[in-house]
Design a protein around this ligand. Structure first.
Ligand code: SOE
Length: 386
């Protein structure tokens, strides 16, 4: 069993920071069987990536992913770059015999998803997609409660992911609004999280029907951009992805679902919410209030029925015992630390990782089925990824 896992990270912007922070803190808060060693970070701008490496504690910097994956001293490649690069880097990393951790969505389409899945399987390496919201303690608690039959048979599941950072038509273009770099807009970027959450909590989706729309079709050209902020350059550029998607789903287990993703909901910053209604109760969670899980049980005495707010910050809640005393709440970054902890433990103990690239590909299959339903104007079956 290894006592250390050498990490090479590709990307040093928003996700690069979130992943670096996770590697920096994971073995301080959790007892890691194998500690991560922050060997190298990679980005195309050699000066900027060298500065990032120094600031965030990476031992070295590389300016091409090919040279990173060719290094003998790297065990795990972490991909935190735009979606259009995932397949190429992931396949290259797998062929070089590295374990692969990849940001969502796994790939731009099913063709790429199948190829990257085949590559990690052929190489026999570990693979995990980073769906960080699964690893928020209140969400993991919801999963435990569903598995323990606390809300009974699930009938309705509502997944809503609303943001507002593109409401202003003068917000400039960046890679997230170009089909060639992002694949899709809110549909893949936000919808992928909801689909993962739905599969995690409710189960596989069988068929879907829906629509997408781009309300703001032209924006100021890109000047500079980082994370969710940008400055304008000269002229304008066509937006080639959706602003929003809305769709219905039939789950294989019989439940019915609704899904909504948008970047045009004023006031909603990172409103990633679900409400699941079962035969015995309801669970509600929203990221903007991420430490709380709301629970309604029909099994409470009649006079005491009503929603309970469970603050998922006690030692009995998933992951929490490693952090602060009860009530000292957790934030966005903790989900990444939990994902990295599980990934490192799975690698160290030679166990399968979850969600793996098959799960990632299954999410892409759902996204594509919504596109197909939109084109056909009718329900579309979701391809089952084996
Ligand atoms: C932008 O919409 C974004 O940063 C997504 O890319 C992330 O996956 C989501 O967690 C928060 O919003």
């Amino acid at each position: 069993m290894p006592s250390e896992i050498n990490v090479g990270l590709v990307g040093y912007k928003f996700m690069g920071k979130a992943h670096s922070n996770a590697y920096m803190s994971v073995d301080k808060f959790f007892d890691c069987t194998a500690k991560p060693v922050m060997k190298a970070v990679c980005g195309r701008n050699a000066t900027a990536v060298a500065e990032f490496a120094q600031r965030w504690g990476w031992e070295s910097a590389e300016s091409s992913w090919e040279s990173l994956v060719a290094r003998d001293d790297i065990d795990l490649i972490d991909i935190g770059t735009p979606g259009s690069t995932h397949a190429e880097i992931g396949i290259g990393a797998a062929k070089a015999g590295k374990h692969v951790f990849c940001e969502k969505p796994l790939a731009m389409n099913m063709d790429e998803s199948r190829r990257i899945l085949a590559a990690v399987r052929d190489a026999g390496v570990k693979h995990m997609v980073n769906f960080n919201y699964r690893r928020v303690p209140a969400v993991s608690l919801a999963k435990q409660m569903i598995d323990a039959d606390e809300i009974g048979e699930i009938r309705h599941a509502r997944f809503t992911y609303l943001q507002d950072w593109l409401v202003d038509p003068m917000f400039p273009m960046n890679w997230r609004m170009r089909a060639e770099s992002a694949g899709s807009g809110a549909h893949g970027d936000l919808g992928a999280h909801s689909i993962d959450m739905a599969r995690f909590l409710v189960g596989d989706l069988e068929s879907v029907v829906g629509q997408k729309k781009t309300f703001i079709t032209e924006r100021p050209a890109e000047g500079t951009s980082s994370g969710l902020s940008a400055t304008a350059g000269e002229g304008t550029e066509q937006v080639t992805v959706d602003d929003c998607s809305m769709w219905l789903a039939k789950f294989a287990g019989g439940a019915l679902g609704t899904f909504e993703a948008t970047r045009l909901a004023p006031g909603r910053k990172n409103f990633n919410r679900f409400e699941i209604n079962g035969s015995k109760g309801t669970l509600v969670w929203c990221f903007e209030d991420m430490n709380w899980l709301k629970f309604y049980s029909t099994e409470c005495p009649e006079h005491a029925q009503g929603f309970r707010r469970i603050m998922a910050t006690d030692d009995c809640h998933p992951y929490v015992g490693n952090w602060w005393p009860p009530g000292h709440i957790l934030g966005y970054e903790h989900g990444f630390v939990h994902a990295v902890y599980d990934l490192l433990e799975d690698i160290a103990h030679d166990r399968p990782c979850l969600p793996d690239f098959r799960d990632g590909a299954q999410v892409v299959a759902v996204l594509e089925a919504v596109d197909q339903s939109m084109e056909a104007g009718s329900w579309a079956n979701v391809e089952r990824v084996e």
